[in-house]
Design a protein around this ligand. Structure first.
Ligand SMILES: [Zn+2]
Length: 407
């Protein structure tokens, strides 16, 4: 028995070493089709070498990493001008009592309170919650990179469909080759913080660190520094907006929430998620977006959310004239700090995609396929419970329950 066990360990170790050697490049990882193989941990030299200079993966950031003079000096340069708004919680966990004591006038433009997207503080740009192009859907996915996203990304590639990927810094460090695939496939990457907590519940330094280190992780792995971010669960106020703006980040929210991340919690079912998709599709068909387009919140979180995106792709692409990354809808042709990566303008993007010309129409739909499936954010969730018909009170109740269950 002992000999057998030892042999088994040796065999497993050998397989692991082979696995490490087999996926040293983005192309290697993108070529895998077995979700288990996709999600087998691997070593990636640049990340391994940089780990000592980053905070602990998935841990909420308590302070700027020691001896990080670049981050520290940047923070010091903005700290005195950050709006004097108290954190709404501790270390990423919200203070629930604030729900009853917060000013009804919403002086902080706290999205979680009443979905405010127009800052009260002068000088801040409004959040991006819709897109200017009519009959257009800003198409994006939160919480990636998911380790087993190859089938989903393959599908998007088959449709010649680009999207905006809101990546969590800790996921980028865990799955760097998957993050690289997003760039290779032509998607846009925005930051989604380091540890995916409630941003208004951090101190100034902690919130700075959550943004800073997610940006550094994306830069380390992809070579590009994002200029946009989305607050986890939508939780942002003018203090956090200001910190983000000083880091060169535009704040992106959404107008329609699929609630796909929440299935199995708080009464959300696959049927209710499908109803959310159906409501958006019906609204598009009835002319709701004939003047201004929409942004949908969906997730690269697990097999279900990715498969549901695939299942609804044909209907969405038929309901909207165009589905585009958010940078494309905004005509931001240089989406990163670095200028050696460009995205097409809206006119250029749609030139190759006449209205309602999804590849689904070309007969390559693979909605019966599987996207594999591993949770992208262990012990955490994305999005906030604001469905098309949810009341504010109901939304807040779900948010708080989400906190209790997930954080
Ligand atoms: Zn999220």
């Amino acid at each position: 028995m002992v000999r057998s066990s030892v042999s088994g360990v040796v065999a497993a170790t050998t397989l692991w070493l082979l696995r490490v050697g087999a996926v040293s490049t983005e192309g290697d990882e993108a070529g895998l089709s077995d979700p288990v193989a996709e999600c087998t941990p691997y070593g990636y030299g640049p990340v391994t070498a940089a780990l000592p200079t980053f905070p602990a993966i998935w841990e909420p950031i308590q302070q700027i990493f020691q001896n990080d003079s670049v981050a520290f000096n940047k923070f010091v340069s903005i700290n005195s001008s950050i709006p004097n708004i108290a954190p709404k919680g501790t270390l990423g966990v919200p203070d629930l009592t604030l729900l009853t004591t917060y000013s009804p006038s919403d002086t902080d433009c706290w999205w979680t309170f009443q979905q405010c997207v127009t800052p009260k503080l002068s000088g801040l740009k409004p959040d991006i919650a819709d897109v200017p192009e009519p009959r257009t859907l800003g198409y994006g996915f939160d919480d990636g990179p998911n380790c087993s996203h190859n089938a989903f990304y393959d599908y998007l590639t088959q449709q010649n469909q680009k999207a905006t990927m809101f990546f969590i810094g800790s996921n980028v460090m865990d799955w760097p080759l998957q993050a690289q695939r997003a760039v290779s496939d032509g998607h846009e990457i925005c930051a989604h913080t380091w540890s995916h907590r409630y941003m208004t519940a951090f101190t100034n330094e902690q919130a700075f660190g959550e943004l800073w280190y997610s940006m550094q992780a994306i830069k380390l792995v992809t070579g590009y520094t994002p200029t946009c971010w989305r607050p986890p669960l939508g939780d942002v106020d003018d203090r956090i907006r200001y910190i983000a703006s000083q880091l060169g980040l535009d704040t992106i929210l959404w107008k329609y929430n699929s609630n796909d991340w929440e299935v199995g919690q708080n009464g959300v079912t696959t049927d209710s998620v499908q109803q959310n998709y159906d409501n958006l599709i019906a609204a598009a068909k009835s002319g709701t977006f004939d003047s201004v387009g929409a942004i949908i919140l969906t997730h690269e979180l697990n097999n279900y959310t990715m498969q549901t995106a695939i299942d609804n792709y044909r209907a969405l692409s038929e309901a909207f004239d165009y589905m585009v990354p958010i940078a494309v809808a905004q005509n931001r042709t240089e989406p990163y700090v670095e200028t050696n990566f460009t995205m097409p303008s809206f006119a250029s993007y749609i030139a190759s995609r006449p209205p309602n010309s999804s590849a689904a129409d070309q007969g390559s739909s693979s909605s019966s396929g599987s996207t594999g499936g591993q949770s992208s954010t262990p012990g955490n969730s994305g999005g906030v419970a604001l469905g098309l018909t949810s009341t504010h009170a109901f939304s807040m109740a779900l948010v708080l329950l989400s906190v209790a269950l997930c954080l």
